[in-house]
Design a protein around this ligand. Sequence first.
Ligand SMILES: NC(=O)C1=CN([C@@H]2O[C@H](COP(=O)(O)OP(=O)(O)OC[C@H]3O[C@@H](n4cnc5c(N)ncnc54)[C@H](OP(=O)(O)O)[C@@H]3O)[C@@H](O)[C@H]2O)C=CC1
Ligand SMILES: O=C1OC[C@@H](O)[C@H](O)[C@H]1O
Length: 387
Amino acid sequence: MAHTIRWGIMATGWIATTFVRDLLKDPKARNAPDISHQITAVASSSSQEKATQFISTLNIPPPCTAYATYTDLVADPNVDVIYVATPHSHHFQNVMLALHAGKHVLCEKAFTVNAAQAKILVETAREKGLFLMEAVWTRFFPLSVQVRDIIQSGEIGEVLRTVADTSFGDDVEGKWGTTHRMVNPDLAGGALLDLGIYSLTWVFQTLYHTLPKSQRKPPTVTSQMTPYHLTGADESTTILLTFPTSTPSNDKPPRMSHGIAMTNIRVSGDPDEQGTSGPNIRIQGTKGEIQVFGYPFRPTKYRVIPKKGVEGAGEVRDVECGFPDGGHGMAWEADEVARCLRDGKVESEGMSWEESIVIMEVMDEVRRQGGLVYPAKIESTEYPLEL
Ligand SMILES: NC(=O)C1=CN([C@@H]2O[C@H](COP(=O)(O)OP(=O)(O)OC[C@H]3O[C@@H](n4cnc5c(N)ncnc54)[C@H](OP(=O)(O)O)[C@@H]3O)[C@@H](O)[C@H]2O)C=CC1
Ligand SMILES: O=C1OC[C@@H](O)[C@H](O)[C@H]1O
C-alpha cells in the first residue's frame, strides 16, 4: 500500500509550478510505487484568485483549497508538509511560520540568508519533532546517488579534487535588470545563493558527504566575488575549499582535498548547450575521474574514466540518466520527504541539517570575504518580523 502525504504549496511562482507538475506525475513511472503525493492546499500571498488559478491551470485534483495568506495555509489540518517556494529572503520567516503551526517543511534552496537563521530553523524543528529539509533536489537524482556510490566503492580511488561550475551566460542587465530575485539584494539575490549552491553541492557531495561521518570536517575557504554594477549582488563567485580527508596519525600524514566551486551569470559553463566545452563537473580521484554533464542542478549524464595503468581498471563508460516519469526531476526529493515522514524521521540522510548548516557557513564566509551584505531585515534572526 502506497504511503500518501498531503502537500501545502506556499507561493505560486516559477518553481512552485515546476514542483507541482512533478508531484502530479505517477510515482510508479519512476519506480516509486511505495509513495503517493496529494496536493491539498495552495496559498498565494498576492491573492486567493492567484492560488485558485494555479490550482486550475495545473489541474490539481480536488480537494485542494486556495488560500490568500500563508498563515491560513499552515493552519490547514488537511496538510502534512509545506513546500516553501518563496525567494531566499523570505525562507526564514516562512519556515518558522510553518514549524510553529506544527507542519513539516521542505524549503527551497538557498535554505536561508545566513547560517544563523538556518541553525534556528533546525533547532525549532528539533524541539517540535518536525521534519525539515532544504530542497536541494539534485542530491536525490539517481545520478547523484550513483556517483556517490561509485566514490564510496573506491573505484576512482581517493577523491582529492572536485571542480564544479554552475554558470549562465546571460545578458545580465537585459534579462535580470535590477528587481528580479536573481540579482535583487532585497530578495537575497546573486549568483552565489542562487546557483553557486549547486557547485557547492557537488563539492560537498563528493568531498564531504562520501567520507565517514567522523571524518567530515568543515573546509577552509578562499574566494573572490564580482558585484553586479547595478545592484551590488554578486554576478560571479569563485571559491576554493580545502577539506581534511582523514585524521592524521603516525603512519598517515594529513592529506587535503580541494573543491573549486564556480558560478557566473555573465559567462556560460556550456555556451552551446551541447556539452562541447566539456563537463561542468570533474571529480578527480587517485584511480580515475568521474565527469558530470548537463547543468549541475539537473545533470543528465556521467562518465567514469579509469586511470591508465591501474590494475583491474575497466573501460571508459558513459551512463545516461533520464527522467523516467517525464518530469523535471523534482519528484525524487518529494519521494524522499514522503519516505522520511513514513519512517518517522525528522531529517534526511541525503541532505542533513548539519550539512545544510556547514554549507550556509561557507556561503557566509564567502560573502564576508566578498563584502556582500544583505539588508538587515532579511539577515535578521528575529521572528516574527514583517518583511
Ligand atoms: N530547485 C530549483 O530548481 C529552483 C529553485 N528555486 C528557488 O525557489 C525560490 C523561488 O524562486 P522562483 O519560483 O523562481 O521565484 P518566483 O519569483 O517565480 O516566485 C516566488 C514567489 O514567492 C512569492 N513571494 C512572496 N513574497 C515575495 C516577494 N517579496 N517577492 C517576490 N515573491 C514573493 C510569490 O508567490 P505568491 O504571490 O503566490 O505568494 C512569488 O510568485 C527561490 O528560493 C529559488 O532559489 C528557483 C528556481 C529553480
Ligand atoms: O535553483 C535553480 O536552478 C535552476 C535555475 O534555472 C534557477 O535559476 C535556479 O534558481
